[in-house]
Design a protein around this ligand. Structure first.
Ligand SMILES: [Fe+2]
Length: 168
C-alpha cells in the first residue's frame, strides 16, 4: 500500500533544477521564435517561396512547445518568464537587428541550424535534470520536443548538403 503521508506534500514535488531548465527553455524558445520571424521577413532569393512558409511551420511548432513548457513549469510550482526583457536577459541565443541583403538564404539556414543545435542541447540538459529529480512527466514531455528538434536539424542540414550532424 502507498503511504499517503509519505507521498503527499511539497517536498516530494520540488524540482528546482527542472524548474530552472524549463524556464531556460521558455527564454530560448521565445528568442528562437523571434529570430525565425526575422528570417521569415528578411529572406530573399530563389528558395523564397519554399522557405518563407517553412518558417511559419517552425514558429507554429515553437509556439506549441512554449505553451506546454510554461504550463508544465507552473504545474511544478514555477513562474515562467513572460516579458521580452526576461527572455532576452536569459536566452543563450543571439539578438541581431534585421538587415536586407546581409545574409543569403543559405546563411540564414546555417544560422538556424546553429540555433536549433543550441536548443537541442538545452532540451538534453533539461531531460537530464528532470531524470535526476525524477520528474518523469516533464522528461516525457521533452522527449518528443527534442526528437522534433533533431528532425529539424537533420532536414536543414540536408538542405545545406550535409549529414544530420552537420558533417559533409
Ligand atoms: Fe508571414
Amino acid at each position: 500500500m502507498i503511504d499517503k503521508l509519505k507521498v503527499s506534500g511539497h517536498d516530494n514535488y520540488d524540482f528546482p533544477k527542472t524548474r530552472a531548465a524549463l524556464n531556460q527553455l521558455v527564454a530560448d524558445i521565445s528568442q528562437l521564435s523571434v529570430n525565425i520571424h526575422q528570417t521569415h521577413w528578411y529572406m530573399r532569393g530563389k528558395e523564397f517561396f519554399r522557405l518563407h512558409p517553412l518558417m511559419d511551420d517552425y514558429m507554429d511548432q515553437l509556439a506549441e512547445q512554449l505553451d506546454q513548457i510554461a504550463e508544465r513549469l507552473i504545474e511544478i510550482g514555477g513562474a515562467p518568464y513572460s516579458t521580452t526583457r526576461e527572455f532576452i536577459d536569459h536566452t543563450g541565443l543571439p539578438e541581431e537587428t534585421g538587415e536586407f541583403g546581409k545574409y543569403t538564404l543559405e546563411d540564414y539556414m546555417e544560422r538556424l541550424v546553429n540555433q536549433y543545435e543550441y536548443l537541442r542541447d538545452v532540451f538534453q540538459q533539461a531531460m537530464l535534470v528532470s531524470d535526476e529529480e525524477k520528474d518523469w512527466p516533464t522528461q516525457d514531455m521533452l522527449n518528443g520536443m527534442k526528437e522534433l528538434t533533431d528532425k529539424n536539424i537533420w532536414m536543414l542540414n540536408a538542405f545545406l548538403g550535409k549529414g544530420p550532424f552537420g558533417d559533409k
